[in-house]
Design a binder for this molecule. Structure first.
Ligand code: GLC
Length: 681
């Protein structure tokens, strides 16, 4: 596609140059902000946001919050531009849905009380450094109401040096200038293998620019691919390993740009047949398009065109996007030391909008997040609707990130309490009901069914007959794993790799369970790793199951794609989990396997067959997250200290927190306290 190659890759077409010439840049806060020329702004002030069909298109003219009545004052810094906006826009809360963020944030920023703001920043940084004290709020769900009110009254954060920070801590903030080098470039170069050098070249070749600044990486860049579908877009989840590779290489600018631009897309008007999802939804992907400039023949401008699922195959909402966004935001802060990004008012609002969607009251009886099929990496029908492990692990991890990042003040304290309560309930639920090992399988095998009472053992009424034949022999003597999904009378016993790995990384499992998962992977190496790390799930659905569960999907045939295919991108998550569990040798073994084939196979998206021997039938080549996953794995192994910033240890405070109040009332012990001793092992 024409516009893709022109804008997406660093070589710009002449049309783009014209736009770039009309953009000036400000490098305030170490972040390159293109500031567009006057005529473009006048043009913009008439039609602030352009619509394409029912969707919003983000132009470089309309970016960021710094609008005044006539546009951005180039003399004002980004922060000042935000403040200058405060009187201009003040809509009511009921207007918030579907409004471009510029309106929302115009209202969010009010007042000039810098003393207060500094205090807020300070509290936030304390939060990061110490584990949060957990308060019990029985059935407290009022944070949402307060959030809306608080949203409109919230005071500005001062995006400046936080009091009490060390001088040298400040120095690492400017990652855009590549000052956060973990090792000197020379040492890094010396260590790099030929394959790594090729991978870096390919990764850099996949960078997408928007108005002259890098904002992400394309999903795939196979020059021979004549039908890229949406692989010529920047996917939120796919960008995570790219972002980590860049961050670990001391390059923060692209990640910061990505986080800020996707944040702008979050509030876009999005509809499927006149229905809009919640405002906090992050797109699955976005594309940078070059469109003719209004009234200027032959001139073009860059626009960001997000896809929230309204074009995606199956129209699935990407629930994982917002969770990954939060996880990446924290990683950016942790690796660069630049915490000012997460402290910004618009970024804080973005976090809260995502959490508002995830923590909203519904019909649920469980703390797990209820989603439709295909709402994550597996983005097609694969029988993972309900409470799939991958979403729960990412949700848990996003909550842990948010607990560190949400600025604590009067308007957010209920939100913080809601986060703590959910974290504690979620980890209990997963540890107790998703975990299977030899002992648990024996229990399930002998389950009594149809128990009607609050203290039923078989709470979900699982019929032992549903234990699949393959599992009877597969479950190892030691070790175990978290099952893929849990619903009434249904346990999905398939092993889903990403969910299990991320449960280790986020400490969703107990230390013993986390260890057990790695034991299982080691013991079942041929099933989970074999010739190419790692299988997305095990085993594949076959025959009638395949027909019913996938809807006879020809892409998800047994041992292909999402149905038991092998995805090299999962290598970085495996590496992170291995480093956390102090077993880097396992990761090295897997990386060595991948290194043998990835480059000569042209970096495929996935591999087929039971032992991952063939390049996937419909697999893209030069798949960016394959390349980035490989590079990130290498970087993580080289820098275990950096890696340790990306995972979490067990939080014993969370275990102590029980919100049901039963134990405090002394009437009877709640099931959670009863199970606690088991978790502590
Ligand atoms: C496939 C994958 C999805 C990925 C996308 C782009 O649809 O299932 O997880 O984000 O390709 O690479």
């Amino acid at each position: 596609m024409g516009s893709y190659s022109g804008i997406g890759l660093s070589t710009m077409k002449p049309c783009c140059c014209r736009i770039l010439i009309s953009c000036r840049r400000s490098s305030l806060f170490g972040f390159q902000i293109p500031i567009c020329n006057h005529s473009a702004l006048i043009n913009l002030s008439k039609s602030r946001f352009k619509l394409h069909g029912s969707r919003g298109i983000h132009t470089c003219n309309s970016k960021f919050l710094g609008f005044r009545e006539g546009g951005i004052d180039p003399k004002l810094g980004f922060r000042d531009a935000i403040y200058s906006n405060q009187k201009g826009f003040c809509g009511s809360a009921s207007n918030l849905k579907g409004q471009p963020r510029v309106l929302l944030n115009g209202c969010l920023v009010g007042g000039n009380d810098r003393r207060f703001s500094r205090l807020v920043s300070k509290v936030a940084s304390d939060f990061r450094n110490h584990s949060t004290s957990v308060e019990s709020h029985v059935n407290d769900t009022s944070w949402e109401r307060i959030y809306i009110q608080g949203g409109l009254n919230v005071k500005p954060l001062v995006i400046e040096k936080v009091e009490g920070k060390e001088e040298n801590e400040e120095k690492v903030l400017d990652c855009s200038n590549s000052n956060v080098n973990i090792e000197s470039q020379d040492t890094v170069l010396a260590k790099e293998s030929e394959i790594e050098r090729e991978a870096w070249k390919l990764l850099r070749g996949s960078i997408v620019n928007y108005c002259g600044t890098p904002v992400g990486t394309l999903a795939a860049t196979d020059p021979a691919d004549k039908l890229p579908l949406n692989y010529d877009q920047v996917f939120i989840r796919d960008f995570v390993p790219s972002a980590l590779a860049f961050l670990l290489n001391g390059e923060g600018e692209i990640v910061k740009n990505f986080l800020l631009h996707t944040l702008q897309l979050q509030s876009w008007e999005k509809t499927v047949d006149c229905h809009s999802p919640g405002q906090g939804l992050m797109p699955a992907s976005f594309k940078v398009r070059s469109v003719p400039l209004d009234g200027k023949t032959g001139e073009f401008e860059d626009v960001l065109d997000p896809d929230f699922g309204e074009s995606a195959i199956g129209r699935v909402a990407p629930v994982d996007s917002g969770l990954w966004w939060i996880i990446l935001l924290r990683s950016y802060g942790k690796i660069t030391g630049d915490y000012t990004l997460q402290e910004r008012v618009d970024v804080q609002t973005g976090i809260r909008l995502i959490l508002k969607l995830c923590l909203a009251d519904g019909f649920d009886m469980f703390p797990t997040l209820l989603v439709t099929d295909g709402s994550c990496m597996i983005d097609r029908r694969m029988g993972i609707h309900g409470h799939p492990l991958e979403i729960q692990a990412l949700f848990y991890s996003a909550l842990r990130c948010s607990r560190e990042m949400v600025t604590v003040n009067d308007t957010t304290k209920d939100l913080v309490a809601a986060i703590n309560n959910r974290l504690s309930a979620l980890s209990f639920h997963i540890r107790e009901y998703y975990w299977v090992d030899m002992k648990k399988m024996n229990e399930i095998y002998r389950y009594k069914t149809e128990e009607y009472s609050t203290d039923a053992i078989n709470k979900f009424n699982i019929y032992p007959e549903q234990i699949p034949a393959w599992l009877v022999d597969w479950i190892p003597e030691s070790g175990g794993y978290l099952i893929g999904n849990l619903q009434p009378a249904h346990m999905d016993f398939r092993f889903f790799t990403l969910g299990n790995l991320w449960a280790i990384v986020a400490s969703l499992g107990t230390p013993k369970q986390n260890d057990g998962i790695l034991n299982l992977i080691e013991e079942k190496w041929d099933d989970v790793v074999a010739n190419m790390p790692l299988k997305i799930c095990y085993p594949a659905l076959e025959y009638e199951e395949w027909r019913i569960i996938t809807g006879s999907d020809p892409k998800n045939t047994p041992w292909s794609y999402h149905n038991g295919g092998s995805w090299p991108t999962l290598l970085w998550q495996f590496t992170l989990a291995c480093i956390k569990m102090k077993r880097p040798e396992l990761a090295r073994k897997a990386i060595a396997l991948a290194e043998k084939r990835l480059s000569s196979d042209q970096w495929p998206e996935y591999y087929d067959t039971r032992y991952g021997r063939f390049i996937g039938k419909q697999s893209r080549l030069y798949q960016t997250w394959t390349i980035a996953g490989f590079l990130t794995s290498k970087k993580l192994l080289e820098n275990p200290e950096m890696a340790s910033k990306l995972f979490w240890e067990e939080d014993y405070e969370l275990l102590e927190n029980c919100v049901c109040g039963l134990s405090r009332q002394g009437r009877k012990k709640c099931s959670r306290s009863a199970a606690r001793s088991h978790f502590m092992v």
